[in-house]
Design a protein around this ligand. Structure first.
Ligand SMILES: [Cu+2]
Length: 142
């Protein structure tokens, strides 16, 4: 190995570690839409495999008029209500599990109803990590 290839290898290693703030998206699924409604909900498991915090800042999709990250919070009367989450920070090594009653991808104005067995594509945008294309399977509600 000559001087230049060592230099190149070091540069590649530095690039790899700079790129290490990657988010693993797993177990992506979407609820079937309820007939007569035009809103949907999707779920993912996000694991920050990097060494620095990343922040989920948005979601885009072609399958609906709009999409947002939501969660459920309890109001003063003890009722659950949905709330938009503009920024969701994920610490290095942390896993955030989206699930019914908690974090979800909210689809507004679904163009074609989500049917069990079909797939729904969307993209998650992060600060501190590359955007992730996600293909979620429409699964029956457990
Ligand atoms: Cu919602």
């Amino acid at each position: 190995m000559n001087k230049w290839s060592i230099l190149l290898t070091s540069a590649l290693l530095i690039m790899t570690s700079a790129h290490a703030a990657d988010v693993k998206v797993s177990d992506a699924w979407v609820k079937p839409t309820i007939p007569g409604t035009e809103n949907g909900a999707g779920y993912v498991v996000l694991t920050n495999e990097g060494k620095t915090e990343v922040t989920l800042v948005g979601v885009t999709t072609e399958v609906s008029r709009a999409a947002e990250i939501h969660t459920h919070t309890m109001n003063d009367e003890g009722m659950m209500r949905m709330q938009r989450v503009p920024r969701l920070a994920i610490a290095a090594g942390e896993t955030v599990t989206f699930q019914p009653g908690s974090y979800h991808v909210m689809f507004f104005g679904v163009k074609n109803p989500f049917r069990v067995g079909e797939q729904v594509a969307f993209q998650l945008q992060f600060e501190g990590a590359p955007a992730q294309d996600v293909v979620a399977e429409v699964r029956p509600i457990k």
